[in-house]
Design a protein around this ligand. Structure first.
Ligand code: ADP
Ligand code: MG
Length: 388
C-alpha cells in the first residue's frame, strides 16, 4: 500500500510541494478550454489546505522550450482562485529566491501556484540540480499528477526520493479502479480498442487478452488486423511492422477462446473525396469510420457486458462525416449496465462531446498513464512513493 495524504499527520504549518497535472487544453487566445484536470485536483488541494498546510502547487503545461508566456500557469491559478477565494497566490518563477521569499510569506492554509515546471529543461531530464531546488522548497512532497505518472521527471520522480511523500486522492482512485478492473474483472468483460497508436496499444491487447472475454477492435487499430487477415484495406492507416504481432494476437485469441471482433463494414473516403459505405474496401479508399452493421454488432456485445474498458475512438471522430461510430458506441457503453472505464485523451473528449460523461463510472484523467496500467505495468511516479 502506497502512503496517501490520509497518512500524513500533523501537517499544520508544514510546507507541502504538491505536483498536479494542470496540463489543460488552451485555445488560440491562451484561455483554458476545459478545466477537468484542475477540478480533478480540488479534493486533494482542499484536504491539505483545510488542515492548515502551506501548499506549494506545481505542474507542467504544454511543451514549452524554455520560457513561453503563452504557457504560463497563471490562468490555472485564476481558476483555483475561484475555488479557494483569498487563499491562492501565483509566483512567476518555479524555483529560486523569489519562490523562497513567497513561501516564507505564506500563512497556514494558503496556496502558492508556481510557474510552469517545463520552463526548465531540468524537469523532463530529472536533472539532479533542478530536483534539489524543488526539494528545498518544502518539508513534504505529494504527487497527484496521474497524467505524468508514467514518466520519470524531476517533479514527480526525483523530488519524491528527497522528501517524505504520499500520493493524493486522484492517483489513489485511478490506481484502485484499474487494479480492481484487471485483477477481479466482472464478466463478461468487454475491452474496446480504437484510435491511432497501433504500436503503443498492441502490448495492451496482449495483457488484456488474459482477462477479457471479448476484445472489440475498431478505429485506426482495426486495419492492421484486417490486413493481417489478408483483407484489402485500401489506403487506410496501418502499421506494417505490427502485422506479425497482429497475426499472433488473432491466433492466440483463437486458442484461448477469446472473441475478437473486427469491423465488417466501413465508412470510407474515396480518392476523389466522396464518402462511401461499403463492406469491401476498394483500392484508393481510406476507411475512417465503422459502418452501421459493425455498430450493431459491437453494440450487441456491449449490451451484454458486465465490465467495459474503452480506449481509442472508433473513427476519425473530429470530422462530422466520420463521427457516428464513436458516438453510437459511446452511447451504447453509457447505456449498458456494465461497470465502465474510459481512458485516453481523445476517447474521454469523445465521451464528453457525446454528453454521456456522467454515465461512465470512471473517466481516466491520464492518457499514457492509463495505457500503462492497462498493460499491467507499474508507474514510476507511483512506484517511487513510500509504502506503508
Ligand atoms: P486516445 O487519445 O483516446 O488514446 P488515440 O490518440 O490513440 O486515442 O487515437 C485518436 C485518434 O485516432 C483521433 O485523432 C482519430 O481521428 C484517429 N482515428 C480513429 N480512427 C481512425 C481511422 N479509421 N483512420 C485514421 N485515424 C483514425
Ligand atoms: Mg490521443
Amino acid at each position: 500500500m502506497k502512503r496517501t495524504i490520509r497518512d500524513l499527520k500533523n501537517i499544520k504549518g508544514e510546507r507541502i510541494l504538491l505536483r498536479c497535472d494542470f496540463n489543460v487544453p488552451l485555445d488560440n487566445w491562451g484561455d483554458i478550454l476545459d478545466d477537468t484536470r484542475i477540478v480533478a485536483a480540488i479534493p486533494t488541494i482542499q484536504y491539505l489546505q483545510k488542515q492548515g498546510a502551506k501548499l506549494i502547487v506545481c505542474s507542467h503545461l504544454g511543451r514549452p522550450k524554455g520560457y513561453d508566456k503563452f504557457l504560463s500557469l497563471f490562468p490555472v491559478a485564476v481558476v483555483l482562485m475561484k475555488y479557494f477565494p483569498n487563499k491562492v497566490k501565483f509566483c512567476n518563477k518555479t524555483i529560486g529566491d523569489e519562490v523562497k521569499t513567497a513561501i516564507k510569506n505564506m500563512k497556514n492554509g494558503e496556496i502558492l501556484v508556481l510557474e510552469n515546471l517545463r520552463f526548465h529543461a531540468g524537469e523532463e531530464k530529472n536533472d539532479p540540480a533542478f530536483v534539489k531546488e524543488l526539494a528545498s522548497l518544502a518539508d513534504f512532497y505529494v504527487d497527484d499528477a496521474f497524467g505524468v505518472a508514467h514518466r520519470k521527471h524531476a517533479s514527480n520522480y526525483g523530488v519524491a526520493l528527497k522528501l517524505p511523500n504520499a500520493i493524493g486522492f486522484l492517483i489513489e482512485k485511478e490506481i484502485q479502479v484499474f487494479n480492481k478492473a484487471f485483477e477481479k474483472p466482472a464478466h463478461p468483460f468487454v475491452a474496446i480498442f480504437g484510435g491511432a497508436k497501433v504500436a503503443d496499444k498492441l502490448n495492451l491487447i496482449n495483457n488484456v487478452m488474459d482477462k477479457a472475454d471479448t476484445i472489440i477492435i475498431g478505429g485506426g487499430m482495426a486495419y492492421t488486423f484486417l490486413k493481417a487477415q489478408g483483407e484489402n484495406i485500401g489506403d487506410s492507416i496501418m502499421s506494417a511492422d505490427q502485422i506479425e504481432n497482429a497475426k499472433k494476437i488473432l491466433f492466440e485469441a483463437q486458442n484461448k477462446g477469446i472473441k475478437i471482433l473486427l469491423p465488417i463494414d466501413h465508412v470510407c473516403l474515396t480518392e476523389n473525396e466522396r464518402v462511401v459505405r461499403t463492406s469491401k474496401i476498394g483500392n484508393g479508399m481510406t476507411a475512417l469510420d465503422i459502418g452501421n452493421n459493425t455498430i450493431r454488432m459491437f453494440a450487441q456485445e456491449i449490451k451484454n457486458a458486465k465490465q467495459i474498458v474503452w480506449n481509442g475512438p472508433l473513427g476519425k471522430y473530429e470530422d462530422d462525416r466520420f463521427k457516428k461510430g464513436t458516438m453510437k458506441i459511446a452511447r451504447a457503453v453509457a447505456k449498458s449496465g456494465a461497470y465502465t472505464i474510459v481512458g485516453g485523451g481523445d476517447s474521454v473528449s469523445a465521451i464528453n462531446e457525446c454528453g454521456v460523461a456522467d454515465k461512465i463510472n470512471h473517466l481516466s484523467t491520464g492518457g499514457g498513464a492509463s495505457l500503462k496500467l492497462m498493460e499491467g505495468k507499474v508507474l514510476p511516479g507511483v512506484e517511487v512513493i513510500d509504502t506503508l
